[in-house]
Each structure stands twice: as structure tokens, then as C-alpha cells.
Ligand binder design. Structure first.
Ligand SMILES: [Zn+2]
Length: 310
């Protein structure tokens, strides 16, 4: 039996407007609207064409409703630079991630979420420290953030190629945390993005639709503190004298020079020390683009690539 909601999902996943899909199917827009609303059923020939145009199998259009993440539940970072169509495509890919995740969950034992529930109003710095304590990480740098998140019960998926304008997003579903990442960034950026989304999962779990700059700043501060613990940074980089020194030291925490510069600057600000280096150096970092770490392709489980929902 044809399921109209699956047509809507497939259309949004492939970034078609109703008008564009109607043109591709050689139909008028009203007919596509009626198919999607369930007012009339498409004939077999239209379903065949639909499958061809959207690159989904014909059988896809006759399954049960699929659970899809909502924009309200997801932590979208670049809402302002993202079109509604791009956002919808990313959310639609989330529906397929849920489907795959449920399939795996029914057949295998996956790690249970170890993300702690921090007190509302906790500072990002304190929350990052609590997570590190709970996960027994000490003050050391984290070799592989994505593997660590998966081991702590987070379902990590990479965003598909047609959603790359979306940096990342995270959400809770049935007490299970999900993170969706754009893996076409530098390794340093991916590590920071993953930590940023962890920040949302920890800090904004009960935040509902709360969004905006303040929430993003909190997630960035969490990521910064999580990746670069205060004691370790102070032990290895008590002061910054030059950009070269910053570039040399960033390898320890596997972060960008800009992220390390921000961290050192923030720690010095927290300490109410005078710090002109941090602010003055950002421009220099952007212009010289220091070399970074290489992508880690292999992991202990033998998988070469993270699951990508196309
Ligand atoms: Zn964010």
C-alpha cells in the first residue's frame, strides 16, 4: 500500500520542491500535492517513475511511517546560513539513520548512553570537567573523539554529500543520543564539531527549542574545555610567546591553532590576566593556515569509514 509520508520524505531527502518533482515526473504540482496528502494514490507507472527520479526502490514507497527528527529537537548550528531545503534534507537523512540504528539495535547489543545529566545552569567548563571525570579521562588529550562517543553510547552518523552545508547536529531520541557530522572537514574541525555536539547533548538536553548564539557559545566552550583540559593546557602551555609555539603545541590536543589560541586566551581571561596575544593572533592564524593532522581512516573495529546515510 502506497504511503504518502514516504513520498514526502524521499522528496525532501533529495532536495526536490514539489514543483521540481512534478516537473521531473511530468505531472502538475497539484497532482504531486494530492499524492503527498493522500487524497489520491499514484498509479503504478507514476510510482515507477518516482522511484527512478528519487533513486529509491519502488518498495520504499509502501512501507510504514518512518520516525523523522524534527528541527525543534535538533541542534542546528548554522541555521542562518542554511536554507530550509538543506535543513529538511539533513533531517530526512536522520529518518534513515534512525531506521538503520533501530535495525542494528534489535540485533546487536550496543553501548548504553553514558552521557550524564548535568544540573541546569551548569557552566560549560564545569560540565566538561564532570563528563571527563565520569568517563575517567583524567586531564589527558583524547586520541579519537568519535570512537569515544560511540563507546559511550552515542550513535554517530556522517551527513550525506547533499547535506554538507550543514556542519553537524545532535539530538536525543528515546533516551539515545545521536550525532550527525559533516566528515568533509579537517580532522581537527571534525573533532571539535563532535565535541560541540556532545556539549549540546549534555548542556541542552532539556532545553527544548532554545537556540541562538548563547547556546552555540556554550557548546563551543564545552568543546574547548573537553578537548583541552585546563590543567593539561596550563602544564604544557602556560604562556604563548609566538604563533610558531602555538602551531607546535596544537598537535598535543589535535585541535586547530585557532581553537588552542581561543582556549589559552579564555583561560587567561578566566584568570583575569592581561592577555593581548590571544586576540592579536587570530588574524595571523587565519592568514597562515597552519598544517594539520591527518584523517584517521582505520579504527580498532576494522571499519574504514563511518556510516553515511545516502
Ligand atoms: Zn551547535
Amino acid at each position: 500500500m502506497f504511503n504518502p509520508s514516504r513520498l514526502t520524505l524521499a522528496r525532501r531527502r533529495r532536495k526536490f520542491s514539489k514543483k521540481a518533482l512534478a516537473e521531473a515526473l511530468d505531472l502538475d504540482q497539484k497532482t504531486v500535492s494530492r499524492y503527498e496528502s493522500g487524497d489520491c494514490l499514484p498509479p503504478p507507472e507514476s510510482i515507477r517513475k518516482l522511484a527512478e527520479v528519487t533513486e529509491f526502490p519502488e518498495s520504499f514507497f509502501s512501507g510504514a511511517d518512518l520516525d523523522e527528527p524534527t528541527a525543534e529537537a535538533a541542534s542546528f548550528r548554522s541555521m542562518s546560513s542554511m536554507s530550509a531545503r538543506e535543513r529538511d534534507a539533513a533531517l530526512a537523512s536522520g529518518a534513515f539513520a534512525f531506521m538503520l540504528s533501530d535495525w542494528v539495535h534489535e540485533r546487536f547489543s550496543l553501548p548504553v548512553s553514558e552521557i550524564i545529566d548535568v544540573k541546569e545552569g551548569s557552566s560549560p567548563e564545569a560540565a566538561a570537567r564532570l563528563v571527563r571525570e565520569h568517563w575517567l579521562l583524567g586531564e589527558h588529550p583524547i586520541p579519537n573523539v568519535l570512537q569515544m562517543l560511540e563507546a559511550k553510547g552515542v550513535r554517530v552518523f556522517s551527513l550525506a554529500k547533499n547535506s554538507l552545508s550543514v556542519d553537524a547536529f545532535a539530538l536525543w531520541r528515546n533516551e539515545i543520543p545521536y550525532v550527525f557530522l559533516n566528515m568533509h572537514k579537517t580532522p581537527e574541525r571534525s573533532r571539535f564539531d563532535a565535541s560541540h555536539e556532545l556539549g549540546h547533548l549534555v548542556l541542552h538536553r532539556h532545553g527544548g527549542t532554545r537556540g541562538g548564539r548563547a547556546v552555540e557559545d556554550e557548546a563551543n566552550q564545552f568543546a574547548s574545555a573537553f578537548l583541552m583540559p585546563e590543567a593539561d593546557v596550563r602544564a604544557h602551555l602556560s604562556n604563548v610567546y609566538s604563533l610558531d609555539q602555538l602551531i607546535e603545541k596544537k598537535a598535543r590536543w589535535r585541535v586547530s591553532a585557532a581553537a588552542l589560541n581561543y582556549r589559552v586566551h579564555r583561560l587567561r581571561t578566566l584568570e583575569a590576566e592581561s592577555d593581548t596575544f590571544g586576540q592579536d593572533t587570530n588574524g595571523a592564524i587565519k592568514s597562515c593556515r597552519p598544517s594539520g593532522i591527518a584523517h584517521i581512516r582505520a579504527c580498532p573495529s576494522g571499519r574504514q569509514h563511518r556510516l553515511s546515510i545516502e
